[in-house]
Design a binder for this molecule. Structure first.
Ligand code: NAP
Ligand code: GDD
Length: 353
């Protein structure tokens, strides 16, 4: 029997990589997306899977549309990745972030409880939930047993999602897991996140298209891994006999300054000649230090990171240099050419009537 997976947030970085991974495993893949005036399927196109996934329009604020997505896709596994995922924006829209990043997890779990109790459910939790602990413990790698001290509306919303996932697991015996993933990056990362922002600007500066990179807190340290490897851990968590929560990380912390330094070095430039600190990018509160202990994932899932810091920076910078070089020759970016899926790839309630 072909397995069926439903991914919320299939248009995002992780959703796209996970869809590709599951297709390669032989799954039939369904993904939810939000209706926008301009379609946003560039990552699926970029990975060459745009015509291979089934798309279901879903509003995460509307439980009825979530129920419909479950009925249409009849999944064996649900991967809940959709969220307002940008920490900085959560300070600007704390209520909306609470609703979409937090409460929507309950809407999905409640729909599963009512429609398909046997489904396996993955919740995208985050290292951001540890917040201040990563600093207060003297920078020791954080494991599943460490205390959460969230420092943003985003982290508070994710912590709610984390707990509600455990509550549905214990209360209703749903196979529900939390993946506590530390930062993971790739050329498909959104442009506002610091790694892609740096890689993109470094490439433009190298090619004479820009001269300055404006950043906020240069001292923050993060544990940065490579996204395609991290989505595999999501799948591994759902293949176990018992549901549990896992930290996924590389075990190394590097500062934003180190990322910038290393990125400029790759193109033969000195970061200090171009980086300026701009208070617009400094958050009301910022998690100072995050590094993860992935030993449980290694022991139980057989998962470990393969791409470490220097290689990750190189992958991201080289990709941006390639994109901007092609752009100078007249080629447009994938996100500049919005595409509509063929109609038989869009599934709506009308199909069931
Ligand atoms: P991402 O690229 O920002 O993707 C987020 C997805 O959620 C996109 O498909 C986005 O749709 C969708 N979304 C956002 N707001 C929505 C709304 N109001 N209604 C419906 N859909 C909405 O994030 P990611 O990096 O792939 O991360 C995937 C998940 O893992 C997120 O829950 C994130 O919080 C969590 N996480 C990420 C990391 C990381 O380092 N990447 C680490 C830990 C946890 P559009 O494409 O239409 O915007
Ligand atoms: N975005 C951004 N832009 N961040 C900057 C900048 C800047 O110009 N300058 C410094 N930073 C610092 C931020 O203050 C933060 O300390 C660090 O760089 C990383 O910021 P982001 O790349 O925005 O990621 P994040 O760590 O806040 O959140 C990401 O990782 C979480 C896991 O820990 C997101 O992917 C979250 O969704 C995810 O949960």
């Amino acid at each position: 029997m072909v397995k069926r997976a439903l991914i919320t947030g299939i248009t995002g970085q992780d959703g796209a990589y996970l869809a590709k991974f599951l297709l390669e495993k032989g799954y039939e893949v369904f993904g939810t997306y939000r209706r926008l005036s301009t379609p946003n399927f560039w990552r699926l196109e970029y990975l060459g899977i745009f015509d291979k996934v089934n798309l279901i329009p879903v509003e995460l604020s509307d439980t009825g549309s979530i129920v419909e997505a479950l009925k249409i896709s009849e999944p064996d596994e649900v991967y809940h990745l959709a969220a307002q995922s940008f920490v900085e924006a959560s300070f600007e829209s704390p209520v909306a972030t609470g609703d979409i990043t937090g409460l929507a997890t309950t809407r999905i779990l409640e729909a599963i409880r009512q429609v398909c109790l046997d489904v396996k459910f993955y919740n995208a939790a985050t290292s951001e939930m540890f917040g201040a602990t990563g600093f207060l413990n003297g920078g020791k790698p954080l494991s599943e047993n460490d205390v959460f001290r969230p420092m943003s509306p985003y982290a508070a919303a994710k912590l709610y999602g984390y707990w509600i996932t455990k509550i549905y697991r214990e209360g209703y015996k749903i196979f529900a897991v939390n993946g506590i993933l530390f930062n993971h990056e790739s050329p498909l990362r959104g442009l506002e996140f610091v790694t892609r922002k740096i890689a993109n600007e470094v490439a433009k500066i190298k090619l004479g298209l820009s001269n300055e990179l404006r950043l906020g807190n240069l001292n923050a340290k993060r544990d940065w891994g490579y996204a395609p490897e991290y989505v595999e851990s999501m799948w591994l968590m759902l293949q176990r006999d018992e549901p549990d929560d896992y930290v996924i990380a590389t075990g190394e912390a590097h500062s934003v300054k180190e990322f910038a330094e290393s990125a400029f070095e790759i193109v033969g430039l000195n970061w200090e000649d171009h980086v300026r600190v701009d208070k617009r990018f400094i958050r009301p509160l910022d998690v100072p230090h995050l590094v993860g202990d992935y030993s449980k994932a290694e022991r139980v899932l057989g998962w470990k990171p393969r791409t470490k810091f220097n290689k990750l920076v190189e992958i991201m910078v080289r990709e941006e240099v390639g994109r901007w070089s092609r752009w100078l020759k007249g080629e447009r970016f994938p996100w500049d050419a919005p595409n509509y899926p063929s109609e038989n790839r869009i599934l709506t309630r009308a199909l069931r009537m």
